[in-house]
Design a protein around this ligand. Structure first.
Ligand code: FAD
Length: 334
């Protein structure tokens, strides 16, 4: 099979980290190709579209602290693909609700991945391309995906740590970096209730029972009105139940939602749910940071990117993508 060799750089993964890295290198004049196993970009900044409506079921919002990311978020806000989420967010401690610490929260408009779509449209992305093998041969990387072979001088692996480790050659430092990070799962349940619920918040951090987060999706800017609620289970319960049947997971999470509603809406009838979907996030968040503080090997034309190289959030994914691109670009100029 003839390898596809027209690109300088191959990026694996079209989430925030991979798209940021690819866009940066392309802006610097590199020929870049992104390989993505899914049929669309966004990764964990995901929204489930169903006939009954939409739910953001991965990242719920993001914050922006670093000057680079703040500047980027500002551009997205000006373009209209991101908005400030100002609705009240609560914290439930098992006995009472309080207001969560106030911070600037942002969401994609009208879906979480919206800011990535415009960037993705300007990139060469091959979808439905699950990369199964990547190895170095001479001064090139050979990448096997979806019955095709790519070869390029530089490779950026922008995947959750366990998925990056699976592609990296055993015994390399990059393998050790990825192998040192454990990522915890998150079970997500999307529900639509028949009646509107008069909750006194748009979303709540839950520090009691098996849920960790409850959000009224329609109270994010740019969403149509409706009764679409997103529930995330906490990491311990998610890990214990990651391979349980969908029916068991749905029943347990829904019972817990109903229990919480008896506290939050005392005296009101438990609503009927007329649509529900669930999703298993196997690698939601990194539990620990990598043991080695290094993510690029320019001499090998290799860089890693992903939120797990920082604090496990959208901003960290963005910054890791920029860092990966900058590290490889420097060697190119030598
Ligand atoms: P990903 O988004 O995971 O992108 C990796 C991409 O690689 C995916 O598109 C995947 O399909 C693809 N891929 C995987 N394996 C292969 C392969 N072998 N070949 C080709 N493609 C492959 N962050 C916040 O800031 N705020 C939040 O509120 C928040 N809540 C979260 C809630 C949940 C349930 C989850 C799961 C995450 C949450 N996060 C949150 C984290 C946030 O979603 C991530 O930090 C960010 O989206 C990670 O981007 P990434 O590019 O590093 O990885």
């Amino acid at each position: 099979m003839k390898p596809i060799n027209e690109f300088d750089v191959v990026v694996i993964g079209a989430g925030m980290a991979g798209i940021t890295a690819a866009a940066r290198l392309q802006a610097l004049g590199r020929k870049v190709c992104v390989l993505e196993k899914s049929y669309n970009p966004g990764g964990r900044m995901a929204t489930r579209d169903k006939p009954e409506g939409c739910w953001d079921h991965g990242a719920q919002y993001f914050t922006a602290r670093s000057p680079e990311f703040r500047a980027q978020v500002q551009r997205w806000v000006e373009q209209g693909s991101v908005a400030h989420w100002k609705s009240p967010i609560a914290v439930w401690d098992g006995e009472q609700l309080s207001a969560s610490r106030s911070r600037e929260r942002f969401v994609g408009m009208p879906r979480m991945k919206a800011p990535l779509l415009d960037m993705a449209n300007h990139l060469q992305i091959v979808y439905n391309a699950l990369v199964t093998r990547a190895f170095r041969q001479g001064d090139e990387w050979i990448i096997e995906a979806a019955g095709s072979v790519w070869c390029a001088h530089q490779l950026i692996i922008a995947l959750p740590a366990p998925q990056a480790r699976a592609l990296l050659p055993l015994g390399t430092e990059a393998y050790s970096v990825a192998a040192s990070v454990v990522m915890e799962p998150c079970l997500a349940l999307m529900v639509r209730t028949e009646q509107a619920l008069g909750l006194p918040f748009a979303a709540a951090f839950v520090n009691d029972g098996l849920l960790s987060w409850v959000a009224h999706n329609n109270r994010k800017p740019g969403r149509v009105s409706g009764n679409h609620f997103l529930l995330h289970a906490n990491p311990i319960w998610s890990a214990d139940n990651i391979d349980a049947t969908p029916a068991r997971i749905e029943t347990a999470m829904l019972q817990e939602f109903n229990r919480l509603l008896t506290h939050w809406l005392p005296g009101e009838k438990i609503p009927r749910v007329d649509a529900k979907y669930f999703h298993r996030w196997r690698y939601a968040r990194a539990l620990v940071q990598p043991s080695i503080n290094k993510a690029a090997w320019p001499e090998l034309g290799l860089a890693l990117a992903g939120d797990w190289l920082g604090d496990g959030r959208v901003e960290a994914a963005y910054c890791s993508g920029l860092a990966a691109a900058n590290a490889l670009e420097k060697t190119l100029l030598l």
